[in-house]
Structures are given as structure tokens and as C-alpha cells.
Design a protein around this ligand. Sequence first.
Ligand SMILES: Nc1ncnc2c1ncn2[C@@H]1O[C@H](COP(=O)(O)OP(=O)(O)OP(=O)(O)O)[C@@H](O)[C@H]1O
Ligand SMILES: [Mg+2]
Length: 270
Amino acid sequence: MITISIANQKGGVGKSTTAASVAAEFAMRGYETLLVDGDPQANVTSHFLAPDQIGTSIADVLIESEQREKLPLEAAIVTTEMDHLDIVPSKLRFARFEKEPAIAINRLRSKLAPLASTYDFVIIDTPPTLGQILTTPLLASSHMVVPVAASPLAQDGLDDLMSTFEEVRSTNPELILLGMVCTMFDGRTAVSAESYRSLKERYGARVFETIIHRNVKLEESPAFHQPVQLYAPNSRGALLYSELTDEILKRLGARKNKGKLKLAGEETRA
Ligand SMILES: Nc1ncnc2c1ncn2[C@@H]1O[C@H](COP(=O)(O)OP(=O)(O)OP(=O)(O)O)[C@@H](O)[C@H]1O
Ligand SMILES: [Mg+2]
């Protein structure tokens, strides 16, 4: 099981859109995928579910101080209209997770562990903050993908994110920065081109070749509770996220083998 957190404490950079679109792409390619909404704003949940479809949420599973019994993650998993894609929804109440004792940061990791043979991929959407609501998913992850908006101030704060990443790596050394993806790119503006250029200059090969351009279908799809692949399958937004998923799979060295996910180097294992 590969667990990827989509993280950047800067708001509105395309984290939830990336989480929803990449999760949908994995599912369409036949990978068993679980999308975990780790943000109290519940934006990625709304890419798949209407509010009346949300019962038990991540808050019920991870906030133990308010509940009588400890729930497994399965208690909050719901299926989506897409084959191979399940979701753990979020609710505003999850904001209270910040008030849980520090030990709570290990809960997501331990609650995901029993699902290791059920899912090929877990994608976790994270909120625009740096507290334990971010360290918790990073501690549970093998990889981090960072969307960075193509705007002049977008790279401010990346150092803080990388400090958090390094801090988490001291307890979860398997965590790898899979890459940074330039989002919200507007081909008509010089600032977009300049922002991408400076991101490449600073982070080099860690920046994915795929650039996610601004696309109105990506903006519209959450209102219809559909990922872009269902809402507008032929749109540029859907195509770009398909290309990004190709790159992610390539970096992971992943390939399907008789319905099971295989990674480079795993050939010798049973
Ligand atoms: N490539 C794009 N083109 C046009 N609109 C986009 C694109 N990506 C995201 N959006 C829209 O921009 C807004 C912010 O995107 P998104 O919610 O994915 O960002 P976020 O980083 O998750 O935000 P937050 O930090 O608040 O969680 C949303 O309304 C989304 O639909
Ligand atoms: Mg978001």
C-alpha cells in the first residue's frame, strides 16, 4: 500500500483538486484506492459526496476524547460511484483534532495499517495549516506530493513545509517527497511562466513535468459532486491529471501485475 499525502499549508493551491483527481485516476486504472479527507473544510469529500451522504466521518475515528468506543477506519469508509474508489469523508468538527493530546498523531497510521492488503493506494488530502492535523497524515504516509500555485508569493512558506517534512521524517524515515506540481498555471500571464521557472530553479527534478493549467471544468466539478474525470472526461483538466498520474506511477516504479500493484524492486517478494 502506497500512502500519499497531498500537502501545502498555503490555502487554495489545488491540494483538494489534486487529491480528488489523482485518486479518481488511480481508480480508473483499476487500482484499489482509498481517498482520506483530512481537512475539516471537507472539500475533497464534496468532489464525491453530497452533504446528506456523509454519516460517520474521520472526526469520529480520530477524535477519541469525545467518543465512548474506539472506531476502526472502516467505520467511516464509504463507497463512491466510481469502481475501485472508496472515501473517508470529513466534517467541520474534525477541526477539534488539533485539541487532541499529542499522542493522537499516531492514530491515522495505526488505523490505516489493517487496510494494507485492501488498498493499493491511499491518498490523503490535508488542510492549509501546519499543526498536528498535518503531521498526522504525514506520519501515516510513504510519500508527499506538494501542489504549488503558479503565482508570485506561492513559494513563500515552502521552507516551513519542508521543515515539517524533515521533522516528521525523524520518526517516519520512509516518508519521501515524491514531487512538487505546479498548479493554477495561466498560459496568458508572464507571472505564471516566471513562477514555474523559479520553482524549477529552486527544486529542479523534484518538480513534475506536468503543469496543471487553470481549467474551468476543474473549478466546476466539485459543485456537481464529481471528480473531473466523470464531470468532464474530455476536458484539458482531466487530461492534465491523467498525465500527472502517469508521472506519479513512473516515479513510484509501479506497474500492475495480475490485478495487484507491484513496485520496482518488489519482484523478488512472494
Ligand atoms: N487548475 C485549476 N483551474 C481552475 N480552478 C481550479 C484549479 N484547481 C483548483 N481550482 C479551484 O480553485 C479552488 C481552490 O482549489 P483547491 O480546493 O483544490 O485548493 P486547496 O489547496 O485544497 O485549498 P485549501 O487550502 O482551502 O484546502 C477551488 O475552487 C477549485 O475548484
Ligand atoms: Mg483543500
